[in-house]
Every structure is written in C-alpha cells, then in structure tokens.
Design a protein around this ligand. Sequence first.
Ligand SMILES: [Zn+2]
Length: 330
Amino acid sequence: MACCLVSMLGLSTASTAAGPQETGGDQSGTELRLMALTVDDLPANCTCRDLESWRQLTEGLLEALAEHGAPAIGFVNEGKLYAEGASLPEPERVDLLRRWLDRGFELGNHTFSHPDLHRVPLAEFQADAERGERVTRRLLLEHGRSSALRFFRHPFLHTGRDLETKHAFESWLEERGQRVAPVTIDNAEWIYARAYDRALDRSGTDAEWLDTAARVRTAYLDYMLAQTAFFEQQSRKLLGREMVQVLLLHANRLNADALDELLRRHGQRGYRFVTLDAALEDPAYQLPDEYVGPAGMSWIQRWAWTRGHRGDFFAGEPEVETWVRDLADG
Ligand SMILES: [Zn+2]
C-alpha cells in the first residue's frame, strides 16, 4: 500500500520498490515510510497560563512543521479558549487557532472540555463534543473552507466501554460528516511533557533546572523513536507489513522545543509526512475495531485485540524512565 500512496502523493518511488523492509532496520536510509501527524489539546496543554507562552508554544510547533513541509491536524478543546468564568472566547486565544489555518493546517474536534467517554453518559459526551465545534466551524468558514469539521479525536483515546455506546457515538459522528481520527503510534509523551513543564517552571529560580529540561528533551526523543520502532513491529506482526502510521502528539512546550528534532530523526528513519486523509487510505484502517476495554491504546492493538490476540502480542513496549516519571509527579 505504501507504494500506492507514494505515487498518489507524487513522492519519489526510487527507494521504495520493495516497500518498508520486514526487518525494520533502524537507519538504513533507503526505506520510505509514511506517517500522519496529529496534535491534540489545542490551543495549548501547558502549566503555563499566559498568552505569550501559548503564542510561543504555537509558533514553535508551526515553525517546526513548516520547516519539514509536514502536514498536520490539530485537535481543539474549545473550552481552553475561555478565560475562567467568561461567556465568550478570548479573541487572542482564538487567534492561536487561526494561525494553524493561516499556515494551511487542518483543525479537528477534541470536545469542549476533554470529558472521558468511559466516565460520562453518552448524551453528555455528545453535547460536549457538539459544543466543542462552534468556534472552529466559524474559523473554517472564515478561511473559505467547508464549515464542516471532518475529524474527531476521543479524549484519552477512550472510545467506549461497550459496543453499543461506541457504535452509537460513531454513528452520531458520521451523521455530522465526521469520522474518528485513529492513532497507531500511541505513547506516553504527555508524561515527558509534564516533566518538562515542571523543570521549566522551576528554572526561573534555579538555572540548573534548564539542564534538567534539556535532559528531558533528549530522553523524550529517544523514547519516541523507540516507540515508533515498536509500533512498526506491531504493524508487521499484525499485517505482515508496515502500514501508514498516525502519530499522537500534544500542543505542549516540549513539542514546541523538540518537534524539529523529532521530525528530523523520523526523516532519517525514512519517514515522509502525509495528511491524515492520505494515511487513512491505507486499507488497514478499514479493519474492525471492537475493543471495549479500559485502555486508550493504538488502533493496531485494537485490531489485534479484535482478532483475538492477547498477552505476548502486546509485549515489549518501551517504558518511560523512572526519573522522568518522578519528575512529572513531583
Ligand atoms: Zn486530549
């Protein structure tokens, strides 16, 4: 399938005749792999609250994406556009979303207030999802795009604890012209981001924390590349080939500072970045997902679970280093 997408996207096929190698070597430089980038929790997921920090965070992300010519979709929590107690969104915060559209990126819905479908009733979840579309729709119209949002990302990747709820929500989305945005490379990036925030927040009183923040960035990059390798392997185990991946990231300061290097290292691994639409043309995304367990996990693992895989299939996922966890919790 990668070959078809490659030709569809007008990319060079010179190095891809055989498609991704079954061995999945680390840095061969000859394999071509494809990945869509998705960024959750817009406009910002940060311990920082001031507008200037949010602007810098947004610009850091958008500049890195532009530098690599990488398309991306940002998933919005419109509740973050409101100051506490306000009934109207803050224009300056709305402007941060506008920047994504100005630069040609897509926006999708991630609900208004980030509720958990495993904890709230379906009707409440749907009302929150609907409330989360209003400003984004207006911005899409303003940019001459269809006012219809096309993609929805479940908070926590929680898609429902029973098939009835899961399917009811998916049908509701479909009626609204939207589809679920799956994730194949799930990760614990948010733990590194929390550790990074804590280090940066303390650096104002003690500059040594800047060194700690740098260590978190380094550890994060190694972890994310290991995570990508793990899900390449999961794809080969399930499908006998490497599928077009969808990476989950968040709009945080860590990515604002590390995304350029993250994309560069994925580029060295053979990745080219494609739109979510293009990624979803991989027929793997048509596989049935009947997972209704408690985890918010990769769709590769949901498909595997639906096929009856258990235990060993899922083994070997990289772990977050203890010092990073401790710092995040501290
Ligand atoms: Zn989220």
